[in-house]
Design a protein around this ligand. Structure first.
Ligand code: MN
Length: 301
């Protein structure tokens, strides 16, 4: 089974904000393994624009994963982390019970920005863990038959990323040479999705352009990849996430009342979220709670 998820345009920070395409959660498809959020942006020319300016905001119950194809993003968080990320590097922020951070285009940046922003839901046992931040600039790469696999999270062919994971999952960049024809080995216990980052790769007979997310389902032992021109894809996979979640604003929780408490803790500046230093602007206010109670949802429908 496979389905093409087209994604929704979203302006971060309001109508004149930074334009992204939200691919997860999608209608009827909320998670791929524990991957619960995917925004793709660019390639966009930042010349004569403010670039990315995402003011301090909180997270809970998840890890944020930042991966760039071009350009730079500067991350700051309440732990004192100040980290510029560049293509080929991974920023992994584990929110646990609570963290806050800002993301911005740094001074002296490259003209073009292109990347993805992902979240991984933390399972019940560790979702209240202490917050942490890690920057990985030496990720393992597996090459074969015109394919290079950079392992962002999890393992591929016995090679494991140093990034901390809490459920069985994989995140990888697949780089195909022009003319590549390769069978990508998969774990049949995982469900998978693929996003074209550039080029026009063919996945299981379907040629994909940058834009939509191909959900490829589970139970597969391999996937045929070909490319007539050099192409790159993002591969996401993992064991289907069994827990039901409430995702609201930047929080991942288990029920409505937890969200109410998280929102109040951010609005009241409690020590749960701390303070981000160095960002030139006020923190983001939480939106109002919806009138109806938030309902925990499973991975699909
Ligand atoms: Mn964030």
């Amino acid at each position: 089974m496979s389905e093409l998820l087209e994604g929704t345009p979203v302006a971060l920070g309001g109508p004149r904000g930074f334009a992204v395409t939200r691919l997860l959660p999608a209608k009827g498809r909320r998670l791929v393994g524990a991957w619960c959020f995917l925004d793709a942006y660019g390639p966009v020319d930042l010349t004569a624009t403010p670039g990315m300016r995402v003011a301090p905001h909180p997270h809970t119950g998840l890890q944020t994963v930042t991966w760039l194809l071009a350009g730079e993003v500067l991350h700051r968080d309440i732990l004192g982390s100040v980290q510029e990320i560049r293509p080929g590097q991974l920023n992994l922020m584990t929110a646990g019970r609570g963290i806050a951070h800002s993301e911005e285009t740094p001074a002296g940046h490259s003209p073009i920005l292109h990347g993805v922003q992902l979240w991984v839901a933390l399972p019940h046992a560790v979702r209240d863990m202490a917050p942490a931040f890690a920057h990985h600039d030496d990720l393992p790469v597996v090459t074969r038959d015109g394919l290079a696999v950079t392992v962002l999270m999890g393992s591929f062919e016995g090679v494991t990323s140093p990034a901390a994971t809490h459920t069985p999952l994989i995140g990888a960049e697949l780089s195909l040479d022009a003319g590549a024809e390769v069978d990508l080995p998969l774990d049949p216990a995982f469900e998978y999705a693929l996003l074209t980052l550039d080029g026009a790769p063919t996945v299981d007979g379907t040629t994909l352009k940058p834009g939509p997310l191909l959900y490829a389902g589970d139970g597969r032992r391999s996937l045929r990849l070909t490319a007539s021109s050099a192409s790159r894809l993002l591969l996401l996979g993992g064991e289907p996430f069994a827990e039901r979640l409430v995702m609201w604003w930047n929080f991942v929780a288990r029920d409505h009342d937890e969200i109410v408490q998280m929102r109040a803790d951010w609005a009241d500046h409690t020590p749960r979220f701390g303070e981000v230093h160095g960002y030139d602007g006020p923190p983001l206010p939480a939106p109002p709670m919806p009138i109806t109670r938030l309902v925990p949802r499973g991975r699909a429908r």
